[in-house]
Design a protein around this ligand. Structure first.
Ligand code: SF4
Length: 552
């Protein structure tokens, strides 16, 4: 028998604090292969190799570390080889999954495109990308089937019209979301576009900020008409009682497998100080962000550990060298704003929001769009974070004709609720991480619901995702669908979805936004999905007390 002084359970030995690879704490040695690739050579340097070596030597000449690592900093991912089912996604080696073609992401900061830019993207899509073009839910355009041999010429054409693919992917500051109606919205007090432009000019492609722990997502807009609670940094318009119009700062949002909504730091930032504050937040992320585990590297994990008070203090003392002004919360919209339909601009003209289906378009459609827009006297198109597009500056007497012109090319300014509310990520057609098909299923789903529930009068958002990464924001939809393999009635593993119900962003002030509930056992095979959603919609219609009652 042990002497009475001996504790029954041995005392735990004090744990040695394990470094998380935080540069500011002196941890500079790479802790995983991704960190190693970034340290060995700044990923921005890969551009010269693409231009001077790989474009001439072809796919087989590409160094694997560049191919699967640094290429992303220039918007390039290898696309998934056709015919590999989702069951093999997790078991195959990267080289077995990837094709010799690339997805190329064109960043469209603020979502703003001139017709010259739109036509250039259309032309590149048709000439080099087999006529593919998807509007993403980050206001980008993604092209597919791109060959490395063509990339320098594509860059030349894009850059000639002021577009770029710089840091469109990778562990760096991605596209900056803006309001698609910035500068024209009747209820906008300050246009945030100059701050976005300044950030692009100062920091995008800047080697000081091209090695972050993970991706860094931004939104800067007066109106809260994007997914402001899911970004690493968001600035949303607010009027301070003493200082006037400025922007409310949110940090640390992100979805994926550990979703977290951004939090307000409680500060008011004037327009001209936004670039400095943005740089300070990126600096904190670069220096204090966790670099050991990829799945704990987003800014949200640091914020969760620090809390907003410490975050603000470090931002002010170490990065800005001054205190920020306390600010009031902004007025938030009662539901997401997608700008579909016809709306009056502050100058008396109109903007018209139209919907493709699940963001899928083509070079041909974009070229026709440019023609239709030009015929109606406009030069401006905007992309939204809901995979939709807007035409600005339309005179009253051109509105109906433009709506007809859009309809004739497959873009609908008066879409069904289903077409309006449904988004889908890239999915198994091109994405190497996917488990299930998404775009084609989204199109089928919309068509079936339009047929079966023709006059459905409510807004229900449906976000279809091909895997747990939640690129199409699974957790903040009324019906969020996470792709996975499920058992069908015959006990076979087939493509299907885990269903999240009742999530939402931008809910009425006073209520909190929230994630949809992932209910145990709430799964549908891909085949069952249309019937399943139809049933949910009918139940909602039957149970709601009034037409104001939301699905959430
Ligand atoms: Fe690919 Fe998954 Fe993102 Fe869809 S959610 S684009 S399948 S990584």
């Amino acid at each position: 028998m042990a002497p009475s002084s001996t504790p029954a359970v041995p005392a735990a030995r004090p744990r040695k604090a394990r470094g998380e690879g935080q540069w500011a704490l002196g941890h500079r040695e790479p802790l995983n292969p991704n960190e190693r690739i970034k340290k060995d050579d700044n990923p921005l340097n890969v551009r010269a190799r693409i231009e001077n070596i790989y474009a001439h030597g072809g796919f087989s000449s590409i160094d694997p570390q560049d191919l699967r690592g640094r290429f992303r900093w220039w918007g390039l991912y290898t696309q998934r080889k056709a015919g590999i089912d989702g069951g093999r996604t997790a078991v195959l080696e990267p080289h077995e999954l990837e094709d010799e073609f690339f997805m190329l992401r064109v960043r469209v900061d603020g979502g703003a495109l001139s017709l010259a830019q739109l036509r250039t993207i259309a032309e590149i899509s048709r000439e080099f990308g087999r006529d593919t073009a998807d509007i993403t839910d980050r206001q980008n355009i993604q092209l597919h089937w791109i060959r490395v041999e063509d990339v320098p010429e594509i860059w030349r054409r894009l850059e000639a019209v002021g577009l770029q693919t710089t840091e469109a992917c990778g562990d760096c500051p991605r596209v900056v979301l803006g309001s698609p109606v910035a500068g024209v919205a009747a209820d906008e007090v300050v246009d945030a576009t100059p701050a976005i432009d300044e950030i692009l000019k100062r920091y995008i492609g800047d080697p000081r900020y091209s090695n972050l722990p993970r991706k860094f997502k931004s939104q800067i807009s007066w109106l809260a008409d994007g997914p402001y609670e899911t970004n690493d940094i968001s600035l949303v318009g607010v009027v301070h009682p003493q200082h006037g119009p400025g922007f409310d700062l949110w940090v640390g949002g992100g979805l994926s497998t550990n979703p977290r909504l951004a939090e307000r730091l409680g500060v008011w930032v004037p327009l001209e100080e936004i670039p400095d504050v943005w740089e300070g937040v990126v600096g904190i992320f670069r220096d204090y962000g966790y670099r050991r585990l990829r799945n704990r590297a987003r800014l949200k994990f640091l914020l969760a550990d620090w809390g907003v008070e410490k975050f603000r203090e470090v931002l002010e003392k170490e990065y800005l060298g001054k205190a920020l002004i306390d600010g009031p919360p902004p007025e938030l919209p009662a539901k997401p704003i997608d700008h579909i339909g016809v709306h009056r601009q502050k100058d008396g003209l109109n903007y018209i929001g139209a919907a493709p289906v699940v963001g899928r378009t083509s070079g041909t459609q974009l070229a026709r769009l440019a023609d239709v827009v030009e015929e109606h006297g406009s030069d401006r198109v905007r992309l939204t974070a809901y995979q939709k597009l807007l035409v600005l500056d339309v005179a009253d007497d051109k509105v109906e004709s433009l709506i007809g012109g859009l309809r004739a090319i497959g873009l609908e300014a008066r879409p069904s609720s289903w077409r309006r509310g449904t988004m889908a990520c890239t999915g198994i057609e091109y994405c190497k991480l996917a488990i299930v098909e998404t775009k084609a299923r989204g199109e089928e789903l919309v068509a079936r619901l339009e047929e079966r529930l023709k006059d459905f009068d409510a807004d229900i958002s449906i976000h279809i995702n091909g895997c747990p990464n939640a690129c199409a924001r699974t957790q903040v939809a009324d019906i969020g669908l996470k792709g996975q393999l499920v058992m069908n009635a015959h006990g076979e593993q087939v493509e299907g979805f885990q269903v999240h119900l009742g999530g939402g962003l931008g809910m009425a002030q006073g209520q909190t936004s929230g994630f949809g509930r992932k209910l145990r056992g709430l799964k549908a095979t891909a085949e069952e999905l249309p019937g399943y959603v139809e049933k949910l919609a009918r139940n909602y219609l039957g149970d709601r007390a009034s037409s104001d009652e939301t699905f959430a």
